[in-house]
Design a protein around this ligand. Structure first.
Ligand code: MF3
Ligand code: CO
Length: 239
């Protein structure tokens, strides 16, 4: 899983660096596919419940599962990239939101809060803690900064499958839910909005966006639980 995580991190780094105004979202998918091949890895997403691409590209009010295509990125957009890889039969899954060129102050704050909410969740995730502690830490971080947390999509366990037990909501009550154990591998993935948390899904049956048209950010890491600080398997620092 460390290797799968490192591949995901490295490719997300490449994608974030390649983003620029005038680029079609499809180009990001082409790069992701080529980089996976280079590393002898496979896409977790392509064909998953019929998903047609290698990376999810969700722009502005799109929260998750945006399908890359002919849309052209513009200065001021914010782009969420969600990407998963299979290497040696194990999965890695991570997401990041980046700005295209200069973005508004509000968008910057949304991105910072999304990143911070994920870090708050990671800090709360150690052996002996309850799942509700992690969910509550994420929710509290986001809401105290004035952002809403999406309810209908959650984090998840991960291993040989991309989605395993348990579901990990980004909101909840401390002291509730299953106890985390050393060696568990999970994905935390807070989705924040500048408005309301309610969502709607496009006619393509994939693209999920905010119901009120507000902006959304999405950050995700695959982590391994230890009795101290969790090991972030998709850390982009060392990739
Ligand atoms: N990466 C998403 C998650 O974090 C799942 C992507 S759905 C797919 O759980 F259909 F695009 F694969
Ligand atoms: Co995930």
């Amino acid at each position: 899983m460390r290797q799968a995580g490192r591949i995901v991190a490295a490719i997300l780094n490449i994608l974030s660096q390649q983003i620029r105004p005038g680029m079609k979202t499809k180009e990001l998918d082409t790069i992701a596919t080529r980089e996976l091949e280079k590393r002898g890895a496979k896409s977790s997403f392509k064909g998953y419940h019929g998903y047609p691409a290698t990376v999810c590209v969700s722009v502005n009010d799109e929260i998750v599962h945006g399908i890359p295509g002919q849309r052209v990125l513009r200065e001021g957009d914010i782009v969420s990239l969600d990407f998963g890889a299979i290497y040696d039969d194990f999965q890695g899954d991570a997401a990041v939101t980046v700005g295209v060129g200069t973005i508004t102050e509000k968008a910057k704050q949304l991105i910072a809060a999304g990143k911070g909410a994920l870090d708050a969740g990671i800090s709360a995730a150690y052996a002996g803690a309850r799942l509700g502690d992690v969910s509550a830490a994420i929710q509290q971080y986001a809401e105290t900064r004035g952002f809403a947390v999406v309810r209908e999509y959650t984090g998840h366990g991960i291993g040989r499958e991309m989605h395993e037990e348990p579901l990990i909501p980004n909101f909840g009550e401390p002291g509730t839910g299953p106890v985390l154990k050393q060696g568990m591998t999970i994905c935390l993935e807070p989705m924040l909005t500048t408005g309301d948390w309610r969502t709607k899904t496009d006619d393509d049956h994939w693209t999920v966006r905010t119901a009120d048209g507000s902006l959304s950010s999405h950050f995700e890491h695959t982590i391994a639980i230890t009795d101290a600080e969790a090991e972030v398997l998709t850390s982009r620092i060392y990739a």
